[in-house]
Write a protein that binds this ligand. Structure first.
Ligand SMILES: [Zn+2]
Length: 437
């Protein structure tokens, strides 16, 4: 009787340091060898690319409380199909939002029952719960998320600079990072009021209410506060190369800050938002083709650290208002994350680093996650490249068949996904961060 559970042979294996032709021997959910080994099950993956499973640090599943928007069952299935084997779920859009130990344990309980990928949870920083950050840390949050601008849900208010600074100080003491949605509320409000006053309701009106400068101003302020508080900062969904420049500037000044971007900024532009309409509404908004080229350039220069889907679904009714300002801002796209990155021209090695190793390292999950080294969890994808698949509504696994990617051609297909060595969806495990201190 062979000693181990599974051996994957013949695949082109993508490790962050490069591509190798090795086998993956797996036992009890862990990688145990890089040599071909006799096993109970042998998968011949000749012609396929094997990638480490993505650690998608930015999803909104909205459950408990708003499961009519999505939910853990459908959300985690879609994420898994898109290449994520671990997700880190955001503290807002569920009800209650994750602002204290009680709401944390409610969400953890739902996720343990329904998630088919491993998961960790963000806690929130808002003006309502600054005193609750220690109990959230104790409960096992991966870090804290704050909004500098209106979040879109009244139960998760944005943080003014004083609140953000206080939250960052507390997070730094607790040894946890802070993820920030960086857009400046005041200039956006002024512009929006002016536009609304003239009767503006269109996609282009919305785009002009949130120019790049409003994002840069907020990134600068967040970096400054992180420097003062010695907080580890992660700027989520950076939409433009100028944003990455600000983050690089802060890093050179000694601030511990990393940058996330999302697939939608790499494959869609502001003109696509005009063409597609409400499914493509997000904040910060989609940018110009020039900005997109610049952002891709930043990825090639190694200045972007992580890619997360920012999967943020809503019911169709919230995507239907003829006034674009009233439409829910959030793109549902986790189901195509890895294929989209191939389509955007990223190399397999870049994809492995940005979607797997780097987020796992940044959020205290490495080397259990984000690695295919011996001893790591056997979380991986078998991907077929060189295909031309089209995104179709009937294939969507999300609660609502809404996505801005309909009709897009994908150059890679996630054929199989293993979480801890298992190709069949099984119950996801809760992950607490390994604290660096
Ligand atoms: Zn988000």
């Amino acid at each position: 009787m062979p000693a181990i559970d599974l051996c994957i042979r013949g695949a082109t294996v993508v490790l962050p340091e490069g591509i190798r032709k090795i086998s993956l021997a797996i036992d009890q959910g862990k990688v145990v060898d890089h040599r071909e080994t006799e096993a109970k099950n042998v998968v011949d993956a000749e012609g396929l690319t094997l990638l480490p499973g993505a650690v998608d640090a930015h999803v909104h599943y909205n459950e408990p409380g708003r499961e009519e928007w999505e939910g853990w069952t459908t959300g985690s299935r879609a994420s898994r199909a898109g290449g994520a084997t671990t997700v880190i779920e955001m503290p807002l859009n569920a009800l209650p939002p994750t602002l204290d130990a009680d709401s944390f344990s409610k969400k953890r309980a739902v996720a343990e029952k329904k998630s088919c990928v491993d998961f960790a949870l963000w806690g929130g920083i808002t003006p309502l719960n600054l005193g609750k950050l220690p109990e959230l840390a104790h409960a096992g949050v991966i870090g804290f998320k704050a909004f500098m601008v209106d979040s879109g849900t009244p139960d998760f208010p944005g943080s003014d600079p004083a609140t953000l600074k206080q939250g960052m100080s507390a997070a730094a003491k607790l040894g946890l990072p802070v993820a920030v949605h960086a857009e400046s509320p005041d200039p956006i409000r002024h512009r929006t009021e002016e536009i609304r006053h003239k009767g503006g309701t269109s996609v282009r009106d919305y785009l002009s209410s949130r120019p790049i400068e409003t994002e840069l101003e907020a990134i600068r302020l967040a970096c400054e506060l992180a420097g003062e508080t010695r907080c580890r900062l992660h700027i989520v969904h950076v939409s433009c190369p100028e944003g990455i420049d600000e983050i690089q500037k802060a890093r050179r000044a000694g601030v511990d800050v990393t940058a996330e971007t999302c697939p939608h900024y790499l494959v869609l532009t502001d003109e696509d938002m005009v063409r597609i309409g409400t499914p493509a509404k997000c904040a910060p908004p989609l940018r110009s083709a020039t900005a997109q080229r610049g952002l891709l350039q930043k990825i090639h220069q190694g200045e972007v650290h992580t890619i997360g889907s920012d999967h943020s679904p809503s019911p169709p009714s919230m995507k239907a208002d003829p006034d674009f300002f009233n439409v829910w801002g959030g793109i549902a796209g986790c189901q195509h994350m890895i294929p989209l990155l191939f389509s955007a021209g990223l190399s397999p090695t870049q994809i492995a680093r940005l979607t797997s190793e780097n987020p796992a390292r940044r959020f205290g999950l490495y080397p259990r996650k984000g690695s295919l080294e011996i001893g790591s969890d056997a979380d991986f994808l078998l991907v077929r490249t060189g295909v031309t698949d089209e995104v179709r509504a009937q294939d969507l696994l999300t609660t609502h068949p809404i996505t801005p990617y309909l009709g897009i051609k994908l150059s890679a297909r996630v054929e199989q996904v293993a979480v801890r060595g298992c190709f069949q969806p099984t119950a996801g495990q809760f992950l607490a961060p390994l604290l660096s201190q």
